[in-house]
Ligand binder design. Structure first.
Ligand SMILES: Cc1cc2nc3c(=O)[nH]c(=O)nc-3n(C[C@H](O)[C@H](O)[C@H](O)COP(=O)(O)OP(=O)(O)OC[C@H]3O[C@@H](n4cnc5c(N)ncnc54)[C@H](O)[C@@H]3O)c2cc1C
Length: 460
């Protein structure tokens, strides 16, 4: 692909569901696509919790974008964190370490997704990692398995209790799945492996300020999920709001106004999302509104007012109350690409974007899940089998499906987990990098050889 071609330039930010499916939809078009993402992989977020709990490897759920799009000759994939969109100049500025790239666009699809929100308490992140990225999942894996290891050698009963208490904050699908899997690890997988501790005595607590688990699934499935979790030994604490946390504990306020602390070393934050700040950045330049979570109030055709060349898709949009789920990202990514195709072909663009709800599912433990598809709600073993099938089919890449299936057989037929590598570096690298700041990273430009390191490089 030539950087100076006269072809229509489509820039896509993000290699998640929205970005990837938009790029694929344009496969046969005579356009040049630049897909910029801050990760070199496409991440299947719904299975992150299985990486965190040793069922799957990170490679199973995160094939490289370059590989997925390798045969699509009109796409160029570049690694870069987009820091700036200049709406007037129609350029996107991305960075990778200290190297920056400016890319021009004729059409822009912003599919940068959402990150974790700590509701203004960003200091919680230090001791309560979220569940949004491969780094998060590996850090949590290290924290979870590491806690059992440290408890085995601890001589202090208080410390041992703290190490064997796991608190998951947020009783949506991610929190429910995480809590269920940690309980299963403690009760089954690790049950016979330690000599000084009994892993099955571990406490797994699922906390939420709301009165229900899985509130979006309706009362019947919500009650069913709570009961299944409790049967598995998970302590479900609802109407319980986290007020503070540190390395050793988490402070909670209950609905009667009383305060208490739970001593725990391992905390998982699965509550709250905040859309990528790129939404607010573009909104400020175009006079568009964003909601409290930073999602953009897009027009019915997913563009922003007065800028038909800029589309937002997936987790970044606020439109008609549509949920932040994979299907919304896939459908909106495809829709944006089809709008571009129609305009270039001079045909009538499609009508307003409409999301088709294909249902929701969450697993609770081995052989147990809840599913809601249209008016049909079902639970238990059949819901669990449906969950496996739907997720396997939704994964991108044949090799990933095969390796995932193999790991599932190992985990669900036996009680083993194949992916239990955990290292100190997984656990502490994030905070060490934060503490070190820019000095943690190499400078790609050697000032002695390359002159001014800030000059950067323009791509097109
Ligand atoms: C733990 C978890 C479990 C989930 N479970 C389910 C489920 O069971 N079912 C379901 O339907 N949905 C589920 N979801 C939600 C679903 O994964 C999201 O709705 C979907 O991934 C959104 O797709 P997206 O393309 O909008 O964003 P994402 O998939 O988040 O992709 C965003 C992309 O943008 C890139 N990016 C971000 N910022 C920048 C930047 N500044 N510069 C360059 N690139 C950037 C990221 O690297 C990423 O590639 C889950 C989400 C999580 C976190």
């Amino acid at each position: 692909m030539s950087a100076n071609s006269n072809k229509h330039q489509v820039v896509i930010i993000g290699s998640g569901f929205g970005g990837l499916f938009a790029a694929k939809e344009l496969a046969d078009e005579d356009v040049e696509i630049t897909l910029i993402s801050k990760t070199s992989h496409h991440l299947f977020q719904p299975l992150l919790y299985q990486v965190a709990t040793g069922i799957l490897s990170e490679g199973d759920i995160a094939p490289t974008t370059r590989d997925i799009l390798g045969n699509q000759s009109n796409v160029r994939v570049i690694l870069g964190d987009v820091q700036e969109v200049d709406v007037e100049a129609k350029t996107v500025r991305s960075e990778s370490l200290n190297q920056h790239t400016i890319t021009h666009y004729d059409s822009l699809i912003v599919a940068a997704g959402a990150g974790q929100s700590y509701f203004g308490n960003n200091h919680f992140a230090r001791y309560a990692p979220g569940m949004k990225s491969i780094d998060d999942a590996l850090e949590l894996r290290g924290r979870i398995f590491g806690s059992f290891e440290l408890a085995e050698t601890s001589l202090d009963p208080e410390q041992r209790r703290r190490l064997l208490t796991f608190v998951v904050v947020g009783a949506g699908p991610t929190g429910v799945e995480m809590a269920g899997q940690i309980a299963e690890l403690a009760q089954r997988t690790l049950a016979d492996e330690f000599r000084q501790i009994d892993p099955s005595e571990a406490r797994v607590i699922l906390l939420d300020a709301a009165p229900k688990v899985l509130p979006s699934f309706g009362d019947r499935l919500s009650d069913r999920a709570r009961k299944s979790l409790q049967d598995q030994g998970v302590e479900v604490q609802l109407n319980a709001m986290v007020t503070d946390l540190d390395q050793y504990k988490i402070d909670v306020k209950d609905s009667d106004g009383s305060h208490r602390s739970i001593e725990t070393m391992t905390k998982v934050w699965a509550a709250g999302v905040a859309a990528s700040p790129l939404g607010r950045m573009v909104a400020e330049q175009t006079g568009t509104e964003v909601d409290r979570a930073g999602r953009v109030h897009v027009e019915d055709d997913l563009t922003v007012s007065g800028h038909p060349e800029i589309f937002f898709v997936g987790d970044m949009i606020n439109l008609k109350g549509y949920p932040g789920v994979a299907q919304l990202a896939i459908q909106s990514g495809r829709y944006a690409a089809r709008q571009i195709k129609a305009r270039l072909a001079g045909t009538t663009p499609q009508g307003a974007f409409k999301y088709r709800d294909k249902g929701s599912m969450a697993t609770i433990s081995k052989y147990s899940a809840v599913a809601s598809i249209g008016k049909i709600n079902f639970t238990g073993f059949f819901a669990w089998v449906a969950w496996l099938a739907v997720h396997l089919m939704a994964m991108v890449g044949f090799k990933n499906r095969v390796s995932t299936l193999l790991n599932w057989v190992i985990t669900f037929v036996g009680d083993n987990r194949n992916e239990r590598v955990s290292t100190f570096q997984q656990v502490f690298a994030r905070t060490a990098m934060e503490d070190l700041g820019p000095s943690a990273f190499p400078n790609l430009s050697d000032p002695a050889r390359d002159g001014d390191e800030d000059e950067g490089k323009a791509a097109s």
